[in-house]
Write a protein that binds this ligand. Structure first.
Ligand SMILES: [Fe+2]
Length: 322
């Protein structure tokens, strides 16, 4: 009896040890895949969207081919990511928008001047994100999640070298600034990571022709209804990385923004403004793991002007091109 019990215990221990080994093996495999494979599975996705009627009537019809890239988190050894960006920017876009977290470390600044293969017809515009302004530590990324006081380092980066690097590559960095491309009746506002006061945004919007197509660039998806209130037809942002880790059947676990987990990335309509949030092409190297959420850039065909109602024409088509 006691010998049987003894043998039974050993079988249980062996079973538990086997289960632990399988779990550890699976965990190690997922970790390897998430950190070494999926983070380099760069994609170019395609999307078509029609703007709504918000932001003033328009006379003509506009169709713009826009490349939206975000969250590059560039550091000195990011040749593969930069090669991908150079490959996709060899296309003939009207506009390229880059929505923050461009550089992670100073050694990544070397890539700014050669990020684009060719300059788009109407220009390339960028805003900065929290990772441009702060050099985070593991402490910020762990304890900072529990106590907002430690969320960001005390010292803010001088981002002038970041701006110089990007502008050497053909980008125009917009820090709570606007640009009017008069010949296309196109008005672009870049909202900095730290946000903009409502009256300052209004001052910028007052410069826009009434019938202009109005676009906003931002980094963190917060206060999303402010875009429609200000009269933007479309807005482009990043920061969420699409959740970065997505659980099959559950989706993103966090968005670190005002977006719901269901809308961690992609196109949403908030009060009539079409808002596109990019999954981004990189991540903080301290947590550089992606699972079921590969890095992506998005080619967006934006149609603006008279046409079917915004609701029925809000057809979004996404497909993997690369
Ligand atoms: Fe980011």
């Amino acid at each position: 009896m006691s010998k049987d019990l003894h043998q039974g215990n050993w079988k249980l221990y062996l079973g538990l040890a086997g289960l632990a080994a399988v779990t550890l093996g699976l965990g190690a495999g997922l970790f390897y895949y998430g950190t070494r494979v999926e983070t380099k599975r760069f994609r170019l996705e395609q999307l078509r969207v029609r703007t709504g009627t918000i932001g003033g009537a328009t006379s003509g019809k506009q169709s713009l081919k826009i490349l939206h890239i975000s969250d590059l988190h560039l550091s000195g050894n990011d040749e593969e990511k930069v090669q991908f960006i150079r490959k996709i920017t060899d296309e003939d876009y009207d506009l390229i928008v880059l929505t923050g977290d461009v550089f992670e470390f100073l050694d990544g600044l070397k890539f700014g001047p050669s990020l684009l293969s060719r300059r788009p017809r109407l220009g390339a515009y960028a805003v900065f994100g929290n990772h441009d302004y702060y050099d985070y530590s593991i402490f910020n990324k762990t304890f900072g999640r529990l106590n907002r006081k430690y969320r960001h380092p005390a010292r803010r980066n001088n981002i002038e070298p970041h701006r110089i690097s990007l502008e050497a590559g053909g980008f125009k960095v917009l820090i709570n600034e606007s640009v009017l491309i008069a010949e296309e009746n196109l008005f672009i506002v870049g909202i900095d990571y730290f946000g903009i006061k409502e009256n300052e945004l209004q001052k910028l919007m007052d410069k826009a022709p009434v019938d202009a197509l109005k676009l906003a660039l931002f980094h963190v998806p917060k206060y999303l209804d402010s875009f429609s209130k200000a009269g933007f037809h479309a807005a482009f942002g990043g920061h969420t990385h699409g959740g970065q880790i997505r659980v099959p059947g559950l989706g993103a676990l966090i968005t670190d923004s005002d977006l719901s987990r269901k809308n961690a990335s992609g196109m949403v309509d908030v009060g009539g403004t079409k808002i596109h949030v990019s999954r981004g092409l990189g991540a903080d190297p301290r947590s550089n793991i992606r699972l079921f959420c590969p890095p992506a850039a998005t080619a967006i065909e934006l149609i603006h002007g008279p046409g079917p109602s915004a609701k029925s024409a809000n057809a979004v088509h996404a497909s993997q091109l690369i």
